[in-house]
Design a protein around this ligand. Structure first.
Ligand SMILES: [Zn+2]
Length: 90
């Protein structure tokens, strides 16, 4: 079970699950060169309150989990120059 923040720069010990965000990922890896069926493995990850505001966790193709910064969306996207509507017949 998770006992500290998933951010390696932080590693804050987990005291209250209420704080921050818990992620559950399926980290089952296909057994290579092994005829045995790999057991499903769910892993819990926790980001503390501070880190979950700045980062989020995501799983990439090879089932590894990585921490990514939240993209701060610019408030105004691509402001186009305003063109006054032209009247057809003047
Ligand atoms: Zn943290």
């Amino acid at each position: 079970m998770v006992n500290h923040c998933a951010n390696p720069q932080c590693c804050k010990p987990l005291h209250y699950l209420r704080e921050g965000r818990v992620y559950v990922f399926d980290v089952t890896r296909p057994a290579a060169g092994n005829s045995e069926r790999s057991a499903r493995r769910m892993e819990h990850f926790w980001l503390c309150g501070v880190c979950s505001e700045t980062y989020f966790l995501e799983q990439v193709e090879d089932r590894t989990v990585r921490i990514s910064p939240r993209i701060q969306r610019p408030v105004s996207t691509a402001v186009l120059p305003y063109k006054a509507p032209q009247s057809i017949a003047s």
